[in-house]
Design a protein around this ligand. Sequence first.
Ligand SMILES: [Zn+2]
Length: 287
Amino acid sequence: MLLPRFTRLAPSLRLRRPPTSPAYASFSTTASARMKVLPVPVRDDNYAYLLIDDSTNKAAAVDPYDVPKVQAAAEKAGVQIVAGITTHHHFDHSGGNQAFSTAYPGAPIYGGSNKIPALTNQVKDKDEFSVANIHVRCLATPCHTQDSICYYVTDKSGNHPGGVFTGDTLFIAGCGRFFEGTGAEMHAALSYLATLPPQTVVYDGHEYTKSNLAFAKSVDPENPGLARLEKLIKDGIQPNERTTIGDEKEWNPFMRLDSAPIQKATGGGESGAAMDALRTLKNNFRG
Ligand SMILES: [Zn+2]
């Protein structure tokens, strides 16, 4: 059963799904929407996703690490997988690509560098492609890895608010570690994501919400947005429920470098240095 969720939404977080409904039911949008996104939890805390065009029952698999699990989800949803999308080369995101290419021969696999296994279509910033009737725009966000690409997805019906697959660049109330980049690059990446429409739904690569909230509160304790996020968690926010770019601009400390509390926490200064300082605080946080 697919629930008409966005019709009842406040502009940001989705309502609770009924406790008995399947985990994949929550991402349905309005009855006439063509695009929907189904999360497929893999490994301990990773998310793969199915990006589905309802009008054709075709789908792309985003970071399909566990191919049998993604296949099962596709079968359950009654959709045909026609493409793979990779957010970055790290094994917990791209490690299923070889099996994917065997299971779906001929399906393109998109990604930002040739470090990604079984890549067929290397993309760069502002590249665009389609998955059935879904439009995909590539946003290069180098820092966590140099090949990190975020994928902004919209459909022609306009009934879905749009979404962005952020991999390990942007998490709910947090961001990825700077393994291959600098604070200045992460600031540029998150500022780039901040230009997306505020209603854009964030589909990130890991479930880190609780630990990110704890850190965010430590540096921005008076932020009412964080109180809202905390209440949502206490009320039983489900791991398959997602926030928006507008939410993240309100409560994500890494997107609020210019705010007084974050400036105080980081010592201020130019944005790259402030981002590095904030990331160091997060790395050392033992909340
Ligand atoms: Zn990663």
